[in-house]
Design a binder for this molecule. Structure first.
Ligand SMILES: C[S@@+](CC[C@H](N)C(=O)[O-])C[C@H]1O[C@@H](n2cnc3c(N)ncnc32)[C@H](O)[C@@H]1O
Length: 282
């Protein structure tokens, strides 16, 4: 007998409350983590990581501007397959890369071994880190901090601040509402075979929800398998302006030292898709 999708699908189609979690197994789902690694490495889009040319520009800018120096101890939380960590190690930086995805860390470790790069890769949740005054720089790239509610961001900023040496620097980027308005809200469905979400045939119901009063958007993906199993994934994005991110940093004991429109050093101007920041621990 075929199970009906409809009761479980309907229970997931109303607008969720702000930062209501979806399916918890995402980064380490066997199939999704494989798709995610492919996306990190794919040079045709910027879905999970920026392309190699942009990563090169970022490394060049951060070393050239003196924010990263030979011998610095750097923490890269959410390092993925180590695209920045490995490049920075080649520049003489001592890197610790942390990621929750076992598949990405395995890839990063293999690459480091092959290239003979001495990088400390740790597979863990970065909310579990316990470093104290250890790093000169914490580098968190590709809007990672936009995925959290204000409460969780406070928690993360406190852990990062504790991990930094006195006057250490936190370098990161956040997306802005301008990018979100340009992207618009998706509302579509399709049937896929061996796609991003599942290896077999499955139905994808994709819907975007806007929370303009919180500068937050959420892309929801309801995935229905052929056997009737239904799971709902939610990807939350809290966008920032220079004012809102500066305030969050100030409240957590950081002072904005330098601002750009991208981590590759584009001069800051209002209205850009991204804001890149170097903030000092005070
Ligand atoms: C958008 S990707 C960016 C990866 C990398 N920074 C880059 O730009 O190439 C986000 C990464 O953060 C990792 N991640 C997400 N939540 C995490 C957590 N709580 N602890 C550790 N890693 C996490 C994911 O596995 C993924 O590799």
């Amino acid at each position: 007998m075929t199970r009906s999708y409809f009761p479980s699908i309907f229970s997931h189609t109303s607008k969720p409350r702000l930062f209501e979690p979806g399916e918890p197994e995402f980064w380490n789902d066997p199939h999704i983590s494989k798709s995610m690694l492919e996306a990190h490495l794919d040079q045709n889009h910027d879905g999970a990581s920026r392309k190699t040319a942009e990563i090169e520009k970022t490394v060049h800018h951060l070393t050239g501007s003196g924010f990263l120096k030979t011998g610095d101890r750097v923490l890269d939380p959410g390092c993925g397959p180590g695209l920045y960590s490995s490049r920075l190690c080649m520049e003489g930086v001592q890197v610790t890369g942390i990621d929750i995805s076992r598949r990405s860390i395995d890839y990063a470790r293999n690459l480091a071994e092959k290239e003979q790069l001495d990088i400390d890769y740790v597979c863990t949740d970065y909310f579990d880190i316990e470093y104290e005054e250890t790093f000169d720089v914490v580098l968190q790239i590709y809007g990672e901090i936009c995925t959290f509610s204000e409460e969780k961001l406070d928690l993360l900023l406190n852990l990062i601040r504790r991990a930094l040496k006195d006057e250490g620097i936190f370098i990161f980027d956040v997306s802005t509402r301008a990018l979100r308005m340009r992207e618009g809200l998706k509302n579509r469905w399709y049937v896929s075979e061996d796609g991003f979400w599942r290896p077999g045939k499955h139905l994808v119901l994709e819907e975007g929800f806007d929370y303009p009063e919180n500068d937050t958007r959420m892309n929801q993906y309801i995935i229905a398998d052929e056997d009737g199993a239904v799971k709902t994934y939610r990807l939350w994005i809290h966008d920032y302006s220079l004012e809102t991110i500066s305030l969050a940093l100030e409240q957590s004991g950081f002072e904005v030292e330098q601002v750009w429109n991208s981590l590759s050093g584009e001069t800051y101007g209002e209205g850009g898709d991204w804001i890149a920041i170097a903030a000092r621990k005070v």
